[in-house]
Design a protein around this ligand. Structure first.
Ligand code: ATP
Length: 234
């Protein structure tokens, strides 16, 4: 195994007295797409927020290219090349589509993604560039959120609930665009409640159940029964 790009090591997370994660350890190799699946409340969002510095941990609990980064702030993590498409998009609603994208560019590094290449990927974002983000449909807002993350030219892209609340046709088109989005040289963690979707695009799958990893493996190693048991705890 080559050295992992990103690892979590016995990651724990608390909200006050409530413990949401109990020692979660995963590895993401360079250029690997990893899916994290799990039911409502399993801890998927908490896990992603712990990686991106929105929830701070002990440094050694998150390791990026051999460096302990668990104590860094979100802006410091972004500059390392880790970007997230958050659950619920979380756009700057009063700003235009283009302004939202430009802000993403200010968070990260130089690279192939720019306003032009993002607009080439999602032409509707060029057409509607002066419109406030609130005026867009849910699917178009998701494209802005993806574009904003790409503008930072990350080495790893974290997608939290990519298909939540979107129409099936929009979900399909976003999943079809995923290979172009992730592209060569980039890794991804995809958090999904839709097991089939997650498994179809990933190299490896981890199932999170009540704050613990209950199953892991390559999609071809995991039976439907094993996934159901790990997902629902039955
Ligand atoms: P969902 O798909 O519903 O977002 P999830 O797998 O992403 O679920 P989390 O949102 O990470 O799960 O939540 C994990 C646990 O932590 C849940 O029991 C949730 O109620 C709790 N939790 C999440 N955020 C907070 C918070 N700010 N304060 C207290 N408890 C929280």
């Amino acid at each position: 195994m080559p050295d992992a790009l990103l690892s979590t090591r016995a990651l724990v997370a608390h909200y006050g007295d409530f413990q949401a994660l109990f020692g979660v350890s995963i590895d993401v190799q360079p250029e690997e797409v990893v899916a994290i699946i799990g039911a409502n409340g399993a801890g998927k969002t908490t896990f992603m927020r712990s990686i991106t510095g929105l929830i701070r941990n002990r440094p050694e609990m998150v390791v990026w290219k051999g460096q302990a980064i668990g104590g860094l702030r979100a802006d410091q993590v972004a500059h390392l090349g880790i970007a997230m498409v958050p659950e619920g998009r979380q756009l700057f609603q009063s700003l235009s589509v283009e302004e939202n994208l430009i802000i993403g560019g200010q968070m990260g590094r130089k690279g192939p993604w720019s306003l032009k290449t993002v607009q080439d990927l999602f032409p509707i974002l060029k057409e509607r560039r002066h419109v406030p983000a609130t005026a867009l449909s849910g699917g178009q807002q998701q494209m802005v959120a993806i574009g904003r993350a790409l503008m930072a030219n990350p080495e790893i892209l974290l997608f939290d609930e990519i298909s939540l609340g979107l129409a099936p046709i929009v979900i399909k088109s976003i999943y079809e665009a995923l290979p172009a989005i992730i592209g060569e040289g980039m890794s991804a963690i995809i958090v999904e409640q839709d097991i089939a979707k997650a498994v179809s695009v990933s190299d490896r799958v981890y199932c999170l159940q009540e704050g613990r990893i209950s199953l892991q493996g390559r999609p071809d190693e995991l039976t439907r029964e094993a996934i159901s048991a790990a997902y629902f705890g039955v």
